[in-house]
Design a protein around this ligand. Structure first.
Ligand code: HEM
Length: 148
């Protein structure tokens, strides 16, 4: 059985995940350099203005965005092949994908405007901007029922 329709969703999930991993990983050396007393955050200002803002992006992009999108793409890829049947409701699967994208945009906006440099665990009580937590929940919630 061919899964061209499902694979399009798989590809989009994995592409976005890889973009997040590339951006997130690019910030890693900056953190390591900071420990060597080389501060490159000034070069990235006003996009990234401080160590903790960069570290928040590093953690969120690498530990949350990359992993969640990759898991979604991988699970759809494996599940349809394992069951040898297409997605029952691709519309719901795509809706979940777009909720995740909206969540990333919302959280990215909060972090990039330097109002949510709270690191990727978002420990409670929430210290970040009000748009950070709905953003995170949309990324997490968007993958529920994805295989609907
Ligand atoms: C060139 C590659 C990388 C370098 C040099 C690097 C460096 C660092 C450093 C120095 C820290 C510690 C920051 C601190 O506690 O002050 C850190 C934190 C972290 N790194 Fe990386 N990293 C790299 C790639 C990655 C990758 C590929 C992932 C995951 C896919 C990752 C996930 C994390 C996470 C989750 C944290 C904790 C963030 C937090 O406490 O909020 N890193 N990294």
């Amino acid at each position: 059985m061919m899964f061209a329709r499902e694979d399009r969703l798989v590809r989009w999930n994995i592409y976005l995940g890889l973009i997040a991993l590339a951006l997130g990983t690019a910030l890693g050396p900056l953190q390591a350099l900071q420990y060597a007393k080389v501060n490159l955050y000034g070069v990235l200002s006003p996009l990234i203005r401080s160590y903790y803002q960069g570290l928040t992006l590093h953690g969120v992009l690498n530990a949350l965005v990359w992993t969640t999108f990759f898991i979604m793409g991988f699970s759809i890829f494996v599940t349809v092949r394992m069951l040898n049947r297409p997605l029952h409701n691709p519309g719901i699967a795509w809706a979940g994908f777009w909720v995740m994208v909206a969540g990333v945009i919302l959280a990215a906006y909060a972090i990039l405007t330097h109002r949510a440099s709270v690191l990727y665990t978002f420990y409670l009580p929430p210290a970040g901007a009000p748009d950070l937590l709905p953003g995170r929940d949309a990324v997490g919630g968007g993958d529920v029922d994805h295989l609907g």
